[in-house]
Write a protein that binds this ligand. Sequence first.
Ligand code: AMP
Length: 215
Amino acid sequence: MRLLIMGAPGTGKGTYAEGIEKHFGIPHISTGEIFREAISQKTPLGILAQSFIDDGHLVPDDVTVQIVRERIQQPDCQNGFVLDGFPRTLNQAENFTRILKELNIQLDLVINLLADEELIIRRITNRRLCSKCGKGYNLITIPPKKEGICDDCGGAIYQRKDDSEEVIRERLEVYHRQTKPLIDYYEAQGNIIHMDGAGEINEVTNVIIAMLEAR
Ligand code: AMP
């Protein structure tokens, strides 16, 4: 099963992609997470990506497309993948279509998550992540059992630098300008489904899984 999860920042892409990964055993590939990992290891990719990410802007398309091209050819992607946060521009989407064609792979479905902006801002400013395993938390809805410590691996919990209110507003602006037009692109391909990302996390995850199983 090959899936894309799209939606504005804070609609829950990463959380629901994690649920899909666990349930169907296909890898969750987050371009944002790949960049964050590179930044923490101070690799050349991380150094390049950091300034774009910190300002709420997109990392250049050629870099991003190349990363995804390589990642989806790894052995763990043989039975599928769920891509979260890619593509984010029309140019990335067109390149991705071309890559899939070259690799003789078919995209099964694009899930577009919807949520209102007030909820998005509330979600993002309360969002926290584990620095070790990447597990996501929310200080209001899913806080860690022990403050500042990951329930699963004991890693330290942190807030992303680009999750400040100022940067979120810029990221939302970038989403409307550059990523939202992709909805029309995938509508034209006839393989997009729109889902409400705003509900309680487990409920939304179950709805998405049931929808995928019924296909
Ligand atoms: P995310 O974790 O998906 O919210 O991504 C965090 C940040 O990483 C974004 O705000 C962008 O700066 C960068 N990023 C992630 N995915 C992409 C992409 N497909 N194209 C360009 N930049 C990206």
